[in-house]
Design a protein around this ligand. Structure first.
Ligand code: OAD
Length: 270
């Protein structure tokens, strides 16, 4: 994956839910009623909706993001824990970390934002939720047409053969080596690896079809996921960003709602 951003000229209009330079924590109040009405109408009138989520949507479930304060990549070395080279060097370290993360995911609960997206899907015809998250919270919230672009932590797969095993109880460190000579690894995408082609194709097709695209809780710093909203959707796609902060995607957003996903999304459910 390459970390980069692209600014799409001409589509830079951005609105805030609160005052532009409000002091203290990011604005998290209700979206103004008129804006809610306008957004619901836009969602109801959309023939096709695509959603891209990142770790920010799970922060109100108690899971850390990657790059913000307390983010995983602030305190852990991504290359050691999330790359094929790191895994080859120290598979036990890598599995200890992913076992901990999987356990944290299992004890977290989907929040109001995850649930609102599942409800929105139920109310819409053509709706695709593309997530970069591997925490399974969208699945547990009831989302159906879900593309897990970076994989998931429900299963491990062998590096050499087609063997897979459930991670319902994590992977015991003594079970890392597989009898074929390969090793079990998390079924997720690491730095330097390609995305699963079928997942990527589905995500690109959904982005191309989208009349409205919601981009929620992602810094937009990881490609190709971020490119769904900057390169792959059409010029006329209406992009709505939900994030307390400006991101690399903000310049493309037609509307930016500056607040927390779990507070804003329930207001948009049709
Ligand atoms: P980042 O940590 O880069 O960005 C998280 C974003 O969530 C930031 O823009 C925050 O402002 C925003 N955020 C925080 N709390 C929020 C809230 N309550 N509501 C809405 N937004 C909130 O995480 P990602 O963009 O998810 O890849 O990172 C993308 C990928 O980088 C991850 O999938 C992961 C990582 O390396 C892999 O592990 C393969």
């Amino acid at each position: 994956m390459v970390e980069s951003k692209r600014v799409v000229p001409g589509l830079r209009q951005s609105f805030r839910a609160g005052p532009p330079s409000a002091p203290g924590p990011p604005a998290a109040g209700p979206v103004p009623p008129l804006r809610v009405k306008e957004l619901r109408e836009r969602l109801a009138g959309a023939g096709s909706i695509c959603v891209l989520t990142g770790s920010g949507i799970s922060s109100e479930s108690g899971l850390p993001t990657f790059r913000g304060a307390g983010g995983l990549w602030r305190t852990h070395r991504a290359r050691e824990l999330a790359s094929p080279e790191g895994f080859a060097r120290d598979p036990r370290l890598v599995w200890s970390w992913y076992n901990e993360r999987r356990a944290a995911h299992a004890s977290a609960q989907p929040n109001a934002g995850h649930i609102a997206l599942a409800q929105l899907e139920a109310a819409c015809g053509d709706f695709t939720l593309v997530t970069q998250n591997v925490d399974s919270l969208h699945l547990r919230a009831g989302s159906k047409n879900l593309v897990e672009l970076h994989g998931n932590l429900r299963e491990a797969r062998c590096t050499k053969c087609a063997a897979r095993r459930s991670l319902a109880d994590g992977l015991p460190l003594e079970a890392i080596e597989h009898e074929c000579g390969g090793r079990f690894r998390p079924d997720i995408v690491w730095f330097g690896e390609s995305l699963p082609p079928a997942a990527w194709d589905t995500a690109v097709a959904a982005a191309r079809r989208a009349d409205v695209m919601l981009v929620i809780g992602t810094s937009g710093l990881v490609n190709p996921a971020a490119m769904l909203s900057t390169h792959f959707c059409r010029d006329e796609t209406f992009v709505i960003e939900i994030n307390p902060e400006e991101t690399a995607i903000s310049p493309r957003a037609n509307l930016a709602l500056r607040g927390r996903a779990a507070e804003i999304l329930p207001q948009l459910v049709l």
